[in-house]
Design a protein around this ligand. Structure first.
Ligand code: HEC
Length: 190
């Protein structure tokens, strides 16, 4: 673990601990801890998604255990867990979360649940992952890319059952959801 990340986590842990003991817990410190924790969680998701993508792209040696761990990380940090990381009062600068999340809760939460379902399906597949990447794990050529996207161009198109999609296709849909949410709900802050 990089030293900086470790330091950040140590600081957050200390703050959460201080808060739970009712010591030195200003509302600002509590918010800082929430923001730092969700940013760390997002970084873990990014690392997990990169690991899986590189395995499918042949840039990293595939191993079933590593695939399983990365998919489980995505599943554990999306869905309801992701929603809980963005409570009211924790949005806006200095965090990278847009204050508009509060006005668009249904949309934000729908995105979090959508990516959560995809990640759950991917994790279920990874549980059974074979020792080598098999062709049925690969994205077929005949499957439309926006088949399962919440913000796809055909809002009335039937949602494909994620359990029936190949793992690589699920990963691509997951990455689309990361991008959809970021373009709408994330802001640049310095
Ligand atoms: C439902 C919305 C949503 C989804 C889905 C989502 N993110 Fe995020 N992400 C955010 C928001 C909002 C922030 C800004 C958080 C903050 O700074 O408080 C963020 C921040 C980040 C960051 C920067 C963290 C930092 O250190 O500042 C990374 C990296 C990231 N997301 C990766 C991902 C990846 C990879 C996925 C998909 C696997 C993903 N996110 C899915 C909303 C989302």
């Amino acid at each position: 673990m990089p030293a900086l990340t470790f330091l950040k986590i140590a600081v957050v842990t200390t703050r959460v601990l201080a808060c739970s003991l009712m010591l030195a817990c200003s509302p600002a410190a509590a918010t800082d801890a929430i923001v730092a924790a969700r940013q760390a969680s997002m970084k873990k998701m990014a690392a997990a998604a990169r690991t899986i993508a590189e395995m499918f792209d042949g840039k990293r040696a595939y191993d079933a255990a590593g695939f399983k761990l990365a998919a489980a990380t995505l599943s554990a940090r999306t869905g309801p867990a992701l929603i809980t990381e963005f409570p009211e009062g924790s949005l806006g600068a200095p965090s990278g979360a847009r204050p508009e999340i509060d006005q668009a809760r249904p949309e934000f939460e729908a995105l979090a649940r959508h990516i959560g379902r995809l990640a759950d399906s991917l994790a279920a597949k990874a549980e059974e992952a074979p020792a080598e990447i098999t062709s049925d794990m690969r994205m077929g050529t005949g499957i439309p890319m926006d088949g399962g996207s919440l913000l796809g161009k055909r809002p009335n198109a039937p949602q494909a059952d994620p359990a029936k999609l190949p793992a690589e296709h699920l990963l691509h849909l997951i990455l689309q959801d990361c991008t959809s949410c970021h373009s709408k709900f994330r802001q640049k802050v310095e």
